[in-house]
Design a protein around this ligand. Structure first.
Ligand code: GLN
Length: 526
């Protein structure tokens, strides 16, 4: 039997149901790993912000009782850790901000409740960029998270704690949130699998709001099969609590198997030969523009130099090699056009800042969270509270957001951005007329060194180029590992599906993972 921490969610769930081991033993095993990492001082990954042995072990015991009584949920006793954006009653919730230091929510987020209802045991809360704003996890008020593949590198962001914890086998799975790439990019940088479902699939109730029209929860785990199991448990209508929650009728397959009806694609040599529309070959669209959109090295943009015209060759070559595998398995590659991709950066950073400036107005020192100790009057209290509580990146976005929403600038920036957002979504629909799903890079590079872009916000923004389009369109999208780059750092491939096509994305990724082993690669020493 594999060691507990090397087991997948599916393996742990099966072992628990068969009573090969107890939920208590599993929880204790993972807690020990987390505690051991935390005791490593400056060498700790700094992935966990709050753990509570008593709470976790009590949940595990309750799971063992349910298994014994034959009333177990589908994921009974399997541990999970939550990004610190989800509010939790049993653990502190900080959203990576000083503003919410020691804050305790009186209720659990819907996603947290649903996963517990499915039987999962909570290991604690995971570090993230402050209010999920960032691409490197360097914006957390509680310190950066490091990448288990190379601790001198960032793990990606904003769900950096989630990705690092799964990659280091401190938890078999984690929740993340993705507003503009925060599940996919850290999953890619840490060599794990993550999916952001269609906007509205998972309830946003109890997720500390960043940009409400973009924020979406999703699972991060070792492989597509685990993501499917987790997504089935997380998603579903929550209409009383989140008015943007989708009330979609489930297909018969979905009702029966959730998103994990992984056996729909037949298991012959060419599983993708008939997996596309109308029983034809699965068509994978490659956006022609994406191979020529690069990334500026830090500082190049500010010196006026042109961005490199292509993503890293190492990224392109790993993606190409994987696409060849898809072709071997019967898929067809077709070119598609997403001509507005470049504009997704300004559009996203206008829309998300506008929404953030509004959402974060609730942190005023009155209702909850930090309040300045000394102040002269109400206005001074607001000002000092917000100056002290928010970090630089959050302040920057509040200022940009207030600016683009202000009289005289609204039409020029916010409204324009909304119009282009609609056009980006439209381009995807044109593309999906040609293909079943779209593939491309997650990021233009592998994980960079800690500090390299820490004081250069625009360099961070530019690195989001490939994740932003699907976010703006609200499409389901995932990241799967496709090998290591030249420096031994993981490379991720992005798969984007049409609305509500999570099952197809997960099926395709699962079949790919059944014949490849990129997703099994583990950082040294783990
Ligand atoms: N990197 C993007 C940002 O900083 C995405 C963050 C996210 O998806 N939460 O806004």
């Amino acid at each position: 039997m594999a060691e507990l921490h090397n087991m997948t969610v599916a393996e742990l769930a099966a072992g628990l149901q068969k009573k090969d081991f107890s939920a208590f033993d599993v929880a204790d095993h993972f807690l020990k790993r987390v505690e051991h990492d935390q005791q490593r001082g400056s060498n700790s990954l700094n992935a966990f912000l709050d753990i509570n042995r008593e709470v976790t072990l009590a949940q595990a015991k309750a799971s063992d009782e349910k298994i014994a009584a034959g009333t177990a949920g589908p994921l009974e006793g399997v541990p999970i850790a939550h990004k610190d954006i989800f509010v939790t009653r049993d653990f502190a919730t900080t959203a990576g901000s000083k503003m919410l230091k020691d804050y305790r929510s009186p209720f659990d987020a819907t996603v947290v409740t649903r996963l517990r209802d499915a039987g999962m045991v909570s290991l604690g809360k995971l570090n993230c960029d402050e209010f999920a704003m960032g691409s490197a996890n360097e914006n957390s008020a509680y310190g950066a998270v490091t990448n288990p593949w190379d601790t001198s590198c960032i793990p990606g962001g904003s769900s950096g704690g989630s990705a690092a914890a799964v990659a280091a086998r401190l938890t078999p799975a984690a929740t993340g949130t993705d507003t503009g790439g925060s599940i996919r990019q850290p999953a890619a940088f840490c060599g794990i699998t993550g999916i952001k479902p269609t906007y509205g699939r998972a309830s946003r109730y109890g997720m500390v709001a960043f940009a409400s029209s973009l924020d979406q929860a999703g699972p991060m785990a070792r492989n597509a099969e685990d993501c499917a199991l987790l997504l089935s448990a997380m998603c579903g209508p929550d209409l009383d609590r989140d008015s943007t929650s989708l009330n979609v009728a489930q297909t018969e397959d979905e009702k029966k198997y959730g998103f994990s009806h992984l056996l729909r694609i037949d298991h012959g040599d060419k599983p993708f030969a008939k997996a596309g529309k109308d029983g034809k070959a699965l068509k994978i669209g490659m956006p022609t523009q994406w191979m020529h959109l690069g990334q500026t090295s830090p500082r190049h943009h500010s010196s006026g130099a042109q961005p490199q015209s292509e993503p890293d060759v190492q990224i392109n070559s790993r993606i190409d090699q994987s696409l060849e595998r898809f072709v071997d398995l019967g898929a067809e590659i077709v070119p598609v056009h997403l001509p507005l991709t470049k504009l997704s950066i300004p559009v996203y950073y206008i829309v998300c800042a506008a929404e953030a400036s509004s959402n974060l107005s609730r942190f005023d020192g009155v209702k909850f969270g930090h309040r300045a100790k000394e102040f002269s009057d109400l206005a001074d209290m607001y000002q000092r509270t917000r100056s002290e509580g928010f970090g630089d990146e959050v302040k920057r976005r509040i200022m940009i957001g207030s600016y683009v929403l202000s009289h005289g600038y609204y039409d020029a920036y916010y409204l324009q951005a909304q119009k282009i957002r609609r056009m980006i979504a439209h381009d995807f629909q044109q593309a999906f007329a040609q293909c079943d799903l779209i593939a491309g890079p997650v990021a233009p590079t592998t994980a960079w060194k800690l500090g390299d872009k820490a004081d250069d916000p625009v360099a961070n923004y530019l690195a989001d180029i490939f994740t932003l389009p699907a976010s703006l369109a609200g499409l389901p999208c995932m990241s799967i590992p496709v090998g290591l780059g030249d420096m031994g750092m993981p490379v991720g491939m992005q798969l984007i599906g049409n609305y509500l096509q999570e099952a197809q994305l997960l099926n395709v990724a699962h079949r790919f993972q059944q014949v490849t082993n990129f997703h099994d690669a583990t950082p040294e020493g783990v």
